[in-house]
Ligand binder design. Structure first.
Ligand SMILES: Cc1ncc(COP(=O)(O)O)c(C=O)c1O
Length: 391
């Protein structure tokens, strides 16, 4: 069975046993499954960075638990460890340690704090497949981790997710719960295969903005399986058919992507080096690279003075920019209370969200295209923010 082969390929890459790996329709479903297997339920609390994707607190809330947001470090965009312990209460059951833009959280101190309080650490590796923390592959240091293989993630299966669990008892529980999930239908498989085909054969950087607009419209209208179903951005009510396991088409694409993955990561690092050099030359702080981790740069984040203005300039010049994490719970910018986030509670994270943009590093970006992007940055230098301290 192709899913078995895919699990084996992931396990070999992460140097774990295939029984530790499970597959899902999306990464968020994998997170839900981990939380469920940890017996997280009504009244429990889960700590997460106030700089994540809204589907993360949603998965917590679907179990009746409460997301407890914590401050981020403006250099890494991951949890500010200094501020972590004060968030722990007798109800805390888990801490989510994110790999924002491909950079692992500093896990050792997080795991030490968690152990002291008898709570689990889950790595949110949605951005982090292929990176390392102190020489260990992302996803293999904490109790469990989930990954995303949605568009724009380290490798893509259209949409998709997987879990690796490093606690063998818990891994068994996760497998049992995953097996109870609905299997993707023939329609799900076919629609996703068509989307993958279109993306591979038609999408080019030159039509990026038009395609992005069409993709967002079609996914909100329920015509395709986009980043989120329409209802997922309205409130934290679990959508129908959410609990779905991985599809065969995802396994097929995933196996192909893992075979070529080292090349993919090398390309991203090469493009990131060009951006690093360019920002340094412009006297803009380049992306921070701490010694404890190997960054995979699935996106190269930077700060601008006026986000809407810069996005418009990029669009006019056909520069493919992203705006990930434009809010503590991306992409929600109003009524964040629906996900228990109280506006004003993390002013720095909120401010960063209003000034952050990202450059692409994937294989559609040739060196020539990266140089065109750099030229655009140089031309618009006055719009860039030198450091988060200037926000
Ligand atoms: C930080 C983070 N965590 C989790 C997810 C969820 O992944 P998926 O879209 O595969 O459910 C995302 C999605 O973009 C994300 O950015």
């Amino acid at each position: 069975m192709i899913q078995k082969k895919y699990k084996k390929a992931i396990a070999e890459y992460l140097e774990v046993d295939p029984t530790q790996v499970s597959l899902y329709w999306r990464g968020r479903v994998g997170l839900y499954c981990i939380l469920k297997a940890m017996d997280i339920q009504s009244g429990d609390e889960v700590i997460l960075p106030a700089f994540t994707c809204v589907v993360v607190p949603s998965a917590i809330k679907y179990l009746g638990a409460k997301p407890i947001y914590t401050a981020i470090d403006p250099l890494t965009y991951n949890i500010d460890i200094e501020k972590l312990e004060e968030k722990i209460t007798s109800k805390t059951k888990a801490i989510l340690a994110q790999n924002t833009f491909g950079l692992s959280s500093d896990l050792d101190p997080i795991i030490t704090i968690a152990k002291k309080h008898g709570i689990k650490v889950i790595e949110d590796c949605a951005h982090g497949f292929g990176g390392f923390y102190k020489g260990k592959k992302n996803g293999t240091s904490a109790t469990a981790a989930f990954f995303s293989s949605q568009w724009n993630k380290p490798f893509s299966t259209g949409i998709g997710g997987m879990v690796v669990c490093n606690d063998l008892e818990l891994a068994k529980k996760i497998q049992t719960i995953q097996q109870s999930f609905e299997k993707p239908s023939f329609k799900d498989e076919t629609m996703l295969a068509i989307q993958i085909f279109i993306r591979k054969n038609i999408l080019r950087p030159s039509i990026y903005w038009a395609a992005l607009k069409l993709y967002r419209w079609a996914s909100q209208a329920g015509l395709i399986s986009g980043s989120s179903d329409a209802g997922e951005l309205e409130d934290a009510t679990m959508p129908n058919n959410y609990l779905k396991s991985g599809a065969s088409i995802q396994a097929k694409k995933g196996i192909e992507a893992i075979q070529l993955f080292d090349k993919n990561i090398e390309h991203r690092k090469d493009i990131a080096t060009l951006y690093n050099n360019a920002f340094t030359k412009l006297n803009i702080s380049p992306v921070y690279q701490p010694e404890y981790a190997t960054h995979t740069f699935i996106k190269y984040a930077f700060l601008v003075k006026d986000q809407p203005k810069f996005l418009k300039l990029a669009q006019q010049n056909q520069i493919p920019l992203g705006d990930w994490l434009n809010s503590p719970i991306h992409p929600i910018r109003e009524n964040l209370e629906r996900w228990d986030y109280h506006e004003g509670s993390f002013p720095l994270a909120e401010k960063i969200g209003y000034h952050i943009l990202n450059l692409p590093t994937d294989e559609s970006i040739s060196i020539q295209e990266a140089n065109r992007i750099i030229h655009f940055l140089e031309k618009n230098k006055s719009e860039l923010v030198e450091s988060w301290k200037d926000l």
